[in-house]
Design a protein around this ligand. Structure first.
Ligand code: G4P
Length: 290
């Protein structure tokens, strides 16, 4: 787990981070924004467009192995309608990463053409990775670097400490990602980030969080969830979410002395299983609020 995951963002911290990203932005032609495919709204930084201004960008919908495939396709279309190229990737297995370089080339094609017209032979495109903590920035960088290995030697104009990797023909990536803050002042965003484990559990009431997750799961009633807990849809709809948590705890034999159901353990287990996609490939946020 990345050290950055549990960062607490303070205004001074945000200013410093923003400044660092702006400095790195001067060195790159494009930005790859990594988001969590299960929560494409909450895992985005609200100020990114302003920070990167008119730099071309590409969205990587990461952890797509845990998101609903139809929902991911809908999101890709949604971004396309906004003129943004998005691709689905899974940085754990590496699936989808071979789409990265061709997609960047496509996004950058007019700039590449312009450079060629100016007489540059095979112009190199430089890109940096940005995203909020825990979306998979380090996983992406590690996978791309491992796949390609070629480190670009120090050269003038590159800030000391910045390392570049050639990750495809004429494509270089900055090895240090820009870490962005989420829109944490929004309650729903905080909750959705907590569902996925992107924010510390200690700062939230775990049972309440599990109940909120069950509110959502009840609406969706994913088959994997029903099968896993041997429940049927009519039953879950007849219970409120706290009762449902108790039923789940009981089914798993989570009892404390006196035969009471250990709802805290049940909550931890439920969130764990959601976070590892054992309850199914669930996308929490849909485009257009569908
Ligand atoms: P960050 O740099 O943006 O903070 O994120 P990082 O790469 O550290 O990834 C955070 C967690 O998400 C890691 O899990 C990582 O393995 C996992 N992850 C990243 N991409 C994917 C993906 O596409 N699919 C899945 N299923 N998981 C992904 P961890 O439990 O914190 O660490 P580890 O147990 O994998 O070492």
């Amino acid at each position: 787990m990345s050290e950055m995951q549990n960062i607490q963002w303070f205004p001074g911290h945000m200013t410093k981070t923003k400044r660092q990203i702006q400095a790195s932005l001067k060195l790159v032609d494009a930005v790859a924004e990594i988001i969590d495919a299960r929560i494409p709204i909450s895992s985005r930084n609200p100020d990114l467009a302003r920070i990167i201004q008119n730099k071309p960008r590409i969205i990587l919908m990461n952890k797509c192995d845990m998101a609903n495939q139809t929902a991911t396709k809908m999101w890709i279309d949604y971004f396309k309608n906004q003129g943004i190229t998005a691709i689905a990737v899974d940085c754990k297995s590496g699936r989808g990463l071979n789409q990265f370089a061709p997609s960047v080339n496509k996004v950058m094609s007019s700039k590449i053409e312009r450079l060629k017209e100016k007489g540059m032979v095979n112009p190199t495109i430089r890109i940096m990775i940005v995203g909020i903590p825990n979306v998979g920035k380090s996983s992406f960088i590690n996978k791309m670097v491992k796949k390609n290995r070629a480190k670009v030697e120090d050269r003038p104009g590159v800030t000391r400490g910045n390392q570049w990797y050639t990750i495809a023909k004429n494509l270089e990536m900055l090895d240090t990602p820009g870490v962005l803050w989420p829109k944490f002042d929004d309650k729903t965003v905080g909750e959705h980030l907590a569902f996925t484990g992107a924010v510390k559990d200690q700062i939230l009431d775990i049972e309440l969080l599990a109940v909120r997750l069950l509110d959502f799961i009840k609406k969706l009633a994913p088959a994997d969830f029903l099968t896993r807990f041997k429940l049927d849809n009519t039953i879950i709809q007849s219970l409120d979410s706290y009762e449902l948590l108790r039923v789940i705890g009981k089914k798993r034999g989570m009892l404390i002395t006196g035969g009471q159901i250990d709802t805290e353990r049940a909550a931890i287990m439920l969130l764990d299983e959601f976070r590892s996609a054992k309850l199914g490939r669930i996308t929490v946020e849909m485009p257009y609020g569908e």
